[in-house]
Design a protein around this ligand. Structure first.
Ligand code: 1CP
Length: 347
């Protein structure tokens, strides 16, 4: 299918497609039994992300069940620091653990020149998924992604998730020169990484800024909006028309400013955002994406139906992509996702 005809790409570039296209953050993953099976076969998570046959298969698994309009590359935002040589492992039940970088020596040990070789298997995954979609799901668009520099820096400095990234946030105040060097390195490598994904077949790109909302407004502008804007400029220089989705989680009233100043095509709303407020305050040329509570997808039934319908009502007439406000959680019953997909197809 001609890529401009894919419903997701039309919505991401400003067309009010109805019923709206949908995909779900973390749509591949632990809530699916077929994922858990492959994950066990791969051994560890990094092996899964760097084995193209397995990562491509995992990317396609949810589409076979639910026929989403978007497939998101199966990888992780921390594969970029890993590709620059930072020590990373995923401990069972603990999430990601990195060897923290907190000084100039740590920063100097990173090896951005070695990144191309380490991301090569990920690009092969992108190409395989693209070929798989042409065969199995020709209307589904392939989304590549990266973390935003601030969110990735949070993990690189802190060494782990699961908290409020106090060390990373303090470093941004106490040594802004060092923190700024890390952010600039991430801007440059993220542009390279996302352009490589587009060259391998990604049709839209998403920037996850999951922790942007931890920052007060001045810091939000400096460490979230400005680096994200620099990435958008770097990508648009090469690919002026590729749809770009920004997800500044917990941005609250700074969401419209984020949209205007970064120049993404679509902004993703988190669970706490009132979609009616976003529709009234984010200029109409931007697409909106989101934002059903992942917990109501666990609950299912009438509660889920009511939440989905209220978001649809707020978004009618707008370029819109239905999604969750954050990732699917592992206890989600797969049949609730099927019920949601049926409801969305009816519009
Ligand atoms: O044990 C396992 O199987 C690993 C669990 C897992 C999975 C399935 C992790 C570890 N990452 C992923 C995949 C992933 N991560 C995807 C791909 C596919 C999909 O959406 O279907 C994407 C887009 C991400 C992005 C990601 N990773 C974000 C941004 C979005 C968000 O959820 O806010 C973040 C913050 C991460 C870091 C990360 N990786 C993994 C975990 C458990 C975490 C969160 C750690 C924390 O609590 O801070």
């Amino acid at each position: 299918m001609d890529p401009v005809q894919k419903p997701l790409l039309r919505a991401l570039t400003g067309e009010a497609v109805w019923p709206p296209p949908f995909w779900l953050m973390r749509q591949a993953g632990r809530y699916l039994p077929e994922y858990r099976l492959l994950r066990a076969q791969a051994g560890d998570f990094i092996a899964l992300c760097t084995t193209p046959e397995l990562a491509a298969e995992v990317t396609l698994q949810p589409l076979r069940r639910y026929g989403m309009d978007g497939a998101i590359l199966f990888s992780d935002i921390l594969m970029l620091p890993w590709a620059m040589g930072q020590g990373l492992r995923y401990a069972e039940g603990e999430g990601p653990l990195l060897d923290p970088i907190r000084d100039a020596e740590g920063l100097a040990r990173l090896d951005p020149a070695g990144m191309g070789a380490r991301i090569a298997p990920i690009m092969e995954t992108v190409a395989r998924v693209k070929a798989g979609l042409e065969q199995e799901a020709p209307k589904t668009a392939l989304i590549g992604f990266a973390g935003s520099p601030f969110t990735v820096a949070c993990y690189m400095v802190e060494g782990r998730g699961g908290g409020e990234f106090m060390t990373a946030r303090r470093l941004a105040y106490s040594d802004p020169a060092l923190f700024g060097r890390l952010i600039r390195l991430l801007v440059d490598t993220t542009v390279e990484y996302l352009l490589a994904q587009a060259a391998a077949g990604a049709e839209a790109l998403m920037l996850f800024d999951s922790w942007a909302g931890l920052l007060p407004p001045g810091q939000f502008r400096r460490w979230s909006i400005e680096p994200s804007a620099a990435i958008v400029r770097g990508i648009r220089k090469v690919l002026p028309d590729i749809p770009l989705i920004g997800f500044p989680r917990l941005a609250g009233p700074l969401l419209p400013e984020y949209a205007l100043r970064t120049g993404v095509s679509t902004v993703a709303m988190d669970t706490g955002m009132d979609p009616r407020w976003a529709a009234a305050n984010v200029p109409a040329e931007f697409g909106l994406q989101g934002n059903m509570d992942p917990q109501v997808l666990v609950a299912g039934g009438a509660a889920m139906e009511a939440e989905a319908r209220s978001i649809l009502a707020a978004m009618r007439g707008r370029p819109f992509v239905f999604n969750l406000g954050h990732g699917i959680v592992p206890p989600t019953p797969p049949e609730h996702v099927a019920a949601l997909a049926r409801l969305l197809r009816m519009g």
